[in-house]
Design a protein around this ligand. Structure first.
Ligand SMILES: [Zn+2]
Length: 265
């Protein structure tokens, strides 16, 4: 059984100063039994770091319109079933099930505040300065602010494929972004600067060996990566190879659109 003190000990062994903010990506099911579940993991985080943020994304609000810009990795008009199921965004909407039980528990915590992006909201504890400038136009602004504050990424039982910060690096390296649409009480909202696919991100791991720290909780790895160095690594990798970190799935529309754009340029 993993307990509060086990998480506390590992957070301390990672050697991150408590004044440095962290963005946490986690999978509770990656750990063997945790006493009191997500609450324990979160309480240990909040007592170890002054500022904690998590993605609390809500993909269930997404719609596919009948028409839209070309080269957007979307088959317009194909979303009848998805559109029927789409949920209205509201500030208390549950995070998408793919994002997990830890962010869902975190966003409900009494001292945690959430941004209002209808697909890509973040939630934070003592994080208003990091989160306050997120807009529809700048969905990844919290990552930029976290980098400027010398923040860290914590991957708890998950790998680079959920590391949202890599998308910010892709953006500043000039990689193509996409447009998506969300259902809100004010109508359908166009959301630009939506990131690409992350299924190829584990190729980054070998480039991070000099900056990545890792510790075990039970049998599960917790990895910590300094954000500024992470962004720099990804940025340099994409400048050197514009196809770096794309996935190998031939059916992946977003990666194919980026490949086509690079071949054409
Ligand atoms: Zn892909």
């Amino acid at each position: 059984m993993i307990k509060y003190q086990d998480f506390k000990l590992v957070y301390r062994e990672l050697g991150i100063d408590r004044s440095q903010p962290v963005i946490v990506h986690s999978s509770l099911s990656a750990f063997s039994e945790v006493e009191d579940g997500a609450h324990t993991l979160i309480q240990a985080l909040l007592s170890s770091f002054n500022t904690v943020i998590m993605p609390t994304f809500t993909y269930q609000t997404m719609l596919i319109p009948e028409v839209g810009p070309s080269g957007n990795a979307l088959e317009y008009g194909s979303g009848t079933a998805q559109n029927w199921r789409a949920e209205f965004f509201h500030p208390d909407l549950s995070v998408h099930r793919s994002v997990g039980v830890v962010p869902e528990t975190f966003r409900r915590h009494q001292n945690v505040r959430r941004t209002l992006h209808p697909i890509l909201s973040f939630s934070g504890h003592n994080a208003d300065t990091l989160l306050k400038n997120q807009t529809i136009e700048l969905p990844l602004d919290p990552i930029q602010k976290l980098m400027q504050a010398d923040g860290w990424v914590l991957l708890m039982g998950v790998d680079q494929r959920v590391n949202t910060s890599i998308h910010y690096a892709e953006q500043i390296a000039g990689r193509k972004q996409f447009t998506r649409w969300a259902l809100t009480p004010d109508g359908v909202v166009e959301c630009p600067h939506f990131p690409g696919c992350s299924q190829g991100f584990n190729a980054l791991t070998s480039h991070l060996s000099s900056i990545l720290k890792s510790e075990l909780v039970g049998e599960t790895w917790i990895q910590a990566i300094p954000l500024r160095e992470l962004i720099q690594s990804v940025y340099e990798l994409i400048l050197k190879d514009p196809l770096a970190l794309l996935c190998g799935e031939l059916s992946c529309q977003r990666c194919q659109v980026i490949r086509s754009a690079e071949v054409a340029s």
